[in-house]
Design a protein around this ligand. Structure first.
Ligand SMILES: [Zn+2]
Length: 244
């Protein structure tokens, strides 16, 4: 869902907003994913918080909530266990790298830097997706005891990820959408924001939500009153003198 904190001025505006939201859920990016779903996946992904939680649980939760991220059937890696851990681990590392690249892209104010990191995210995703499809995991590359190095599969994964995928993936489309909407991809300035990366839904929007805007609004009111009072003081003194 696109976060929206515009005040509800009237039913007409609210109806417009709902119509827009319903249009966004119908509009398909590159014909494979709705605009709303693409933004939901990207923001959940980039806002993944690893602080103080077991990383495996965090990524497993993301994969369950956004199965589009996993390039192989979700049931092959979730729930994670001893047998599928190698394949799960590969996708976990992919998800972590892509999340970091998306955050870098989101925070870059220059087009060059933004483009660089969105492409880096896409490249990482496509390579790991091709690797997963060919059954190549990091342990196959690292020559762990008991793991055969399947050179042919590795070659196939490299060759496959050199070209645009035969079928457009929903993640490719989502990152494509991010590239087209750079100006709406903002970082909420509230330092306590729990999910600071968001897509603005209104012109001039700075904060991700009304809750995040509140501390700044209070501070601006406080400053206004402080200045207003300061201006009033000399006037009162003059009028006091006049009345004497
Ligand atoms: Zn916020």
């Amino acid at each position: 869902m696109v976060l929206d904190y515009a005040p509800r001025f009237s039913c007409a505006i609210e109806n417009d907003r709902m119509a827009q939201s319903s249009q966004n859920s119908k509009r398909q990016i590159l014909g494979v994913i709705s605009l709303n779903r693409a933004e939901q996946i990207l923001t959940e992904w980039v806002n993944t918080d690893l602080k103080g939680v077991l990383q495996t649980n965090v990524w497993e939760r993301l994969f369950r909530r956004c199965p589009e991220i996993v390039p192989i059937p979700l049931s092959e890696i979730v729930p994670v266990n001893d047998v599928n851990f190698d394949r799960f681990h590969q996708q976990m590392e992919m998800a972590e790298t892509v999340a970091a690249d998306l955050a870098m892209a989101w925070d870059r104010t220059d087009l060059r830097g933004f483009e660089w990191y969105t492409w880096k995210a896409q490249r990482e995703y496509e390579f790991q997706a091709a690797s997963a499809r060919h059954g190549v995991t990091s342990s196959h590359l690292a020559r762990r005891p008991g793991d055969d190095v399947d050179v042919e599969a590795i070659k196939a994964a490299i060759i496959e990820s050199e070209e645009p995928p035969a079928t457009i993936t929903r993640i490719e489309a989502a990152i494509f959408h991010l590239r087209q909407n750079r100006k709406r991809a903002l970082h909420c300035p509230n330092p306590d924001c729990p999910a600071p990366y968001f897509f603005a839904s209104k012109k001039g929007q700075k904060y991700c939500s009304p809750e995040c805007a509140k501390p700044a609004q209070r501070e601006s009111k406080r400053r206004w009153w402080a200045e207003h009072r300061a201006k009033k003081v000399p006037k009162t003194r003059i009028s006091d003198r006049r009345s004497k």
